[in-house]
Design a protein around this ligand. Structure first.
Ligand code: AMP
Length: 548
């Protein structure tokens, strides 16, 4: 029997209309350095209509033309997040931290026609604009002198956001689009090869946003104030902007002020209830909060994902600052939400902590399985380790521009995540490593993440990055690259002894190096490839500690 339900398309425009009317008093707050500027969701709706008119009438954006952003997290970026897909065009969030060649590559690959740029990023864009062969218009947000852009690319028309939007109507007759059409485009931040494009549909964004709002995920509602530190150019800021408009949650945007001191000032001034960022942001903030008196009383939970969250960080925030870290896992290829770690009801104490360390539960719409190296599907027994594969309505089926799914990344209709771990019978995912970061020592695997987490529990250690390096006898052995806290000291022998009680002896690193900072990728993750390259080039002063 066919259902009797209406065939009602899920469109981004609907989220915009809902948020800007039903939740019209909610606000997006943009930090400007020492204070905030505010825009209500009603105003965001009006600005989105104005931008859509400008894009269509003045810049000739039609059909599925790509409109790129080269922007920080701020109110105007939010306006673009809604205006571009709502008018039927495709939003492409350019990662401002990619190497210039990669920025140009993705802009050309996506065939971007327009770029919206923050004036503070104008010099960076001017650097790559001449290589962007399909861009016809640049719109500058803020009052910078556009001359560097004009000089860099004389054939590109440069416009000022305020001038363009000034006299435009505050309403737009949003067209009906097919919910399966692309709404937004994001490229992976992979450190090998060219970034790959993932095109989210109106439908996938809708379903994903509903899941983000759910209590078992981020639990957003009209009283939430979300400090959105995760960049809007990385995996759609974890879907927070759309979910906020759906649920009436307000957004607090840090713009370019991402250091611990301004983040702390934002927390005190704007009283967020929830935050979202990669572990390194929270590691820096923790050091700051430990040394400075800051009112963080509004902040109840922070979502930490993008890399494994060290348990020591979770305990420190909870026990010293009353802030609970909620561990989450995801990928650009899955919109990005994959799992969120909230313990089952009724579980308390150490058992609850053990659940919180995991990457969490996979939500109902997403199917997940563990595949053993021989290709067989492993049982979800919490013990059998293999590669995680997923599929679902917000998981990509292939990369943009590829006719067929790449067998390296897709298998039998499933996305191969490249993450290695276990699934428990009650659905909790525990990742032990990225497949390419697992250290293969003799016939055994050593989890680099497990070593890092154990090291980061040492009071003198701020950050620790562990990579596999070639070893004549074992094939590969771990190298621990350690950043000590300011004013702290520790010898490799002491750190090794600290690990000895927690891990098997054969897993303990012999090779140690102290570094000033762990190199980070464009989205703030440990750049293990860079650490391996530095080691291979002999650029690290490695101490070898032999075991008695
Ligand atoms: P990206 O597409 O840049 O968001 O990167 C996705 C990858 O980040 C995943 O495949 C994981 O390897 C890693 N990742 C994200 N969240 C976590 C997490 N909570 N724990 C461990 N790895 C994570």
């Amino acid at each position: 029997m066919r259902s009797t339900m209406m065939d009602f398309p899920l469109q981004i425009a609907r989220i915009l209309e809902h948020g800007s009317t039903v939740h019209g008093r909610a606000e997006v707050v943009t930090w400007t350095g020492d204070q905030s500027r505010r825009m209500s969701y009603t105003e965001v709706g009006a600005q989105a209509a104005r931008l859509a008119h400008a894009l269509r009438d003045d810049l000739g954006v039609t059909g599925d033309d790509r409109v790129a952003t080269f922007m920080w997290n701020n109110a105007e970026h939010l306006v673009a997040y809604f205006a571009v897909p709502s008018m039927g065009a495709v939003l492409h969030t350019l990662n401002i931290r990619l190497f210039p060649d990669q920025v140009a590559y993705v802009a050309n690959h996506a065939e971007d026609k327009v770029v919206l740029v923050d004036s503070t990023l104008l010099p960076l864009l001017a650097n790559v604009l001449p290589q962007m062969s399909t861009v016809r218009h640049v719109v500058v947000v803020g009052g910078a002198d556009p001359q560097p852009l004009v000089a860099a690319a004389p054939n590109v028309a440069v416009h000022a956001w305020d001038d363009l939007l000034r006299d435009k109507p505050e309403r737009y007759d949003w067209p009906e689009v097919d919910e399966r059409d692309a709404a937004a485009l994001c490229y992976t931040s992979g450190t090998t090869g060219h970034p790959k494009g993932v095109a989210y549909s109106h439908r996938s964004i809708w379903l994903h946003s509903m899941q983000i709002c759910a209590a078992e995920a981020f639990g957003l509602g009209p009283t939430s104030r979300v400090l959105t530190i995760v960049p809007m150019f990385h995996a759609m800021a974890w879907g927070l902007p759309y979910a906020a408009f759906m649920s009436g949650a307000s957004l607090i945007m840090p713009d370019r002020f991402l250091q611990a001191q301004p983040i702390a000032a934002m927390i005190a001034a704007e009283r967020p209830t929830l935050g979202g960022a990669v572990p390194t942001i929270w590691t820096d903030l923790l050091s700051y909060l430990d040394k400075n008196e800051v009112d963080t009383s509004s902040l109840k939970e922070v979502i930490v994902g993008g890399s494994a969250c060290p348990p020591a960080l979770m305990h420190a925030f909870s026990e010293r600052h009353g802030i609970e870290i909620i561990h989450a896992w995801g990928m650009t290829e899955m919109s990005p939400l994959g799992s969120v770690s909230r313990p089952p009801a009724g579980v308390t104490g150490d058992e609850a902590w053990a659940y919180r360390y995991t990457q969490g539960r996979i939500p109902a719409p997403v199917a997940a399985r563990i595949v053993a190296p021989d290709g067989s599907v492993a049982p979800a027994d919490g013990r059998t380790v293999g590669e995680l594969e997923v599929r679902g309505p917000w998981v990509t089926a292939r990369y943009l521009g590829e006719d067929e799914p790449d067998p390296e990344k897709f298998h039998d209709g499933w996305l191969r995540t490249g993450d290695v771990g276990t699934l428990s019978p009650d659905g909790y995912l525990t990742l032990t490593d990225r497949a390419k970061d697992v250290i293969k020592s003799g016939g055994e695997w050593i989890s680099s993440v497990e070593l890092e987490n154990a090291l980061m529990a040492h009071p003198a250690v701020l950050e620790a990055c562990v990579v596999g390096v070639p070893d004549e006898r074992w094939g590969e052995r771990p190298l621990a690259a350690v950043v000590l806290r300011e004013g702290s000291s520790a010898k490799p022998e002491e750190l090794r002894d600290f690990l000895a009680g927690k891990l098997a002896r054969w897993q303990l690193p012999e090779r140690w190096v102290f570094i000033d900072a762990v190199p980070k990728t464009s989205v703030g993750k440990f750049d293990k490839k860079a650490v391996r390259a530095r080691h291979a080039a002999g650029a690290l002063d490695v101490t070898t500690v032999n075991y008695p």
